[in-house]
Structure formats: structure tokens, C-alpha cells
Design a protein around this ligand. Structure first.
Ligand SMILES: NC(=O)c1ccc[n+]([C@@H]2O[C@H](COP(=O)([O-])OP(=O)(O)OC[C@H]3O[C@@H](n4cnc5c(N)ncnc54)[C@H](OP(=O)(O)O)[C@@H]3O)[C@@H](O)[C@H]2O)c1
Length: 261
């Protein structure tokens, strides 16, 4: 089975955190391949702007706003989706946020936020949408991170790492549990991807930290560069499409080879 131009035609996909970055790139490619989408983020203005950019693909674009760190808002949002769609073909649990800094300095409220957004949101969104995911024999794609599997000594981020390791473990576990429902559950573990946010973060680094990061990429990423959002979207397309029909429980490293160094 290969991926053809209209592979996602009339498929129903939900992408969280889709107003920019990887989520938007995934939504854009899915719409280009014919999918109808629900895209979700916190800001009405940003999600409307994203929807406008997707209009040219002539598929159905629905927007919702929710703070995905809040389980009650996720449940409310999921109910709105279920009211419209009785089956879902693809769920991309993408909304997430990386916070780095020394462990002893991170506040309890920041820890709680990171856990809620990066881990709980994937759990609660998936659980809230289960009836429609079962009906759609869905492909669920979770965004993990190479930080789940690899530590960068000069860039501590223990809580983010823990959350994404949880996402990877949840992916494998749910793949086993939901397989009998014909639901596939896979994860993408990206390395550093040059989103607008990443560019801003890099610009905000001190010259020393910036150089260290670039040296790190040169030394530990065999392909010696950051990825692009489109390269992550291509991986998501494979996992969403029938081309991966016998693939479940996979943690797909899309990281220029960094997981192996
Ligand atoms: N970029 C990378 O290098 C990289 C590497 C590994 C893994 N990842 C993972 O990939 C995923 C996407 O990352 P990204 O780099 O594309 O992020 P990004 O550029 O910062 O975009 C984040 C998206 O999520 C939304 N969002 C943020 N907080 C939210 C919240 N509390 N509730 C709902 N929506 C929220 C944002 O929109 P609003 O502001 O409107 O809410 C935006 O659409 C994350 O899970 C991240 O951990 C990224």
C-alpha cells in the first residue's frame, strides 16, 4: 500500500495545538490530502487564522478553543466534537510545551502545568473521544519527543522528559489494549524542529548557549541540522494513512538520527 494524493479523502481528523508549529503543519498536510479536520488551540484569533490558511484545500475545517491543560475543558471540547462526529479516523495529540531549566528551580505550579498539558491532555483527550475512535477504527498519533529517550546535559528538562517518556509508554500500552478495537496507537518522537517558537527560543539564548546548541546539533545529529515542521507532518501522514495499517505501538524517531548517537 502506498500513499496517494487523496489518501485522507473524507477522513475525519482531530489535531490539538494546531494553530502553529507542528500541529499546523500536520493539519495543513492532512487537509491537502483530503481530510476534514477539527483543529484546537487556546487562542480564538490564532486558530481562526490557521483555519483561514487551510481553506484553500476545500475540506471541512472546524475550530475549537480549549486550554488542553484543563481536563474539564478537554471533556467539554470532546463532547462538542462527539456531537458533530460519530466516528473519528485520526486523532493527533500534539498540544504540548517544553520548559527547560534546573530541577531545583521549577515551581510546583509549572510542574503541574507541564504534566497536565504534555501528559494528561493526551490521556484525557483519548479517553473522552473513545466511542468515536472505536467506531472509526482510528489511528491515534501522539507527539512524544527525543527528550523522552535522550538527555541533553546542558539543557535540563526533567519534568518535560518525564512527561514525554509517559507519552511513549502510554502509546505502547494503549496500542496493546486498543488493538482488538482495530485502533492503532503510534507516537512521533521529533528531535529539534525549527518552528517559529523554536526560532524565537534560539534567538533568546545567550551567544554561549546558542553556540553550544549549534555545536550539539553538529555533533549529535548525524544529519547535522534541525528538522522542519513538514518533515514531522510527513511522518504523521504515514501513521495516519492506510500505508501503516499493520503498524501500532511504534515510537517513530524523526530526529535526523539523534536518537542513535
Ligand atoms: N518543536 C520541536 O522541536 C519539538 C520537538 C519534540 C517534540 N515536540 C512536541 O511537538 C508538539 C508540538 O510542538 P511545537 O513545537 O509545534 O509547539 P508550538 O510551535 O509552541 O505550538 C504549540 C501549539 O499548541 C497550542 N497550545 C499551546 N499550549 C496549549 C494549551 N495549553 N492548550 C491548547 N493548545 C495549546 C498553541 O496554540 P495557542 O497558543 O493558541 O494555544 C500552538 O498551536 C508538542 O507536544 C511538543 O512537545 C516539539
Amino acid at each position: 500500500m502506498t500513499i496517494s494524493a487523496n489518501d485522507l479523502k473524507d477522513k475525519r481528523a482531530i489535531i490539538t495545538g494546531a494553530s502553529e508549529g507542528l500541529g499546523f503543519a500536520i493539519a495543513n498536510l492532512f487537509c491537502k490530502m483530503g481530510a476534514d479536520v477539527f483543529i484546537i488551540s487556546r487562542s480564538q484569533e490564532k486558530i481562526d487564522a490557521a483555519a483561514n490558511k487551510l481553506q484553500s484545500h476545500n475540506t471541512n475545517i472546524h475550530t475549537l478553543t480549549a486550554d488542553m491543560s484543563d481536563s474539564k475543558q478537554i471533556q467539554h471540547t470532546s463532547q462538542q466534537i462527539l456531537n458533530k462526529w460519530d466516528h473519528i479516523d485520526i486523532l493527533v495529540n500534539n498540544a504540548g510545551y517544553a520548559q527547560f531549566g534546573p530541577f531545583e528551580e521549577i515551581s510546583i505550579s509549572d510542574i503541574q502545568y507541564l504534566i497536565n498539558l504534555n501528559l494528561m491532555s493526551t490521556i484525557v483527550t483519548t479517553q473522552s473521544l473513545m466511542p468515536a475512535l472505536i467506531k472509526g477504527k482510528a489511528s491515534i498519533i501522539n507527539l512524544s519527543s527525543y527528550y523522552a529517550h535522550r538527555i541533553t546535559p546542558f539543557r535540563p528538562g526533567a519534568i518535560y522528559t518525564m512527561c514525554k517518556a509517559g507519552v511513549s509508554a502510554l502509546t505502547k500500552s494503549l496500542a496493546t489494549e486498543l488493538g482488538p478495537h482495530h485502533i492503532r496507537v503510534n507516537a512521533i518522537a521529533p528531535g529539534m524542529v525549527e518552528t517559529d517558537h523554536m526560532k524565537q527560543r534560539m534567538q533568546a539564548l545567550s551567544p554561549v548557549a546558542h553556540n553550544k546548541t549549534m555545536d550539539f546539533i553538529g555533533e549529535y545529529y548525524p544529519l547535522q541540522r534541525m528538522g522542519t515542521p513538514e518533515e514531522i507532518a510527513n511522518a504523521a501522514l504515514y501513521l495516519a494513512s492506510n500505508a501503516s495499517s499493520w503498524t501500532t505501538g511504534l515510537i517513530m524517531h524523526v530526529d535526523g538520527g539523534a536518537a542513535n548517537t
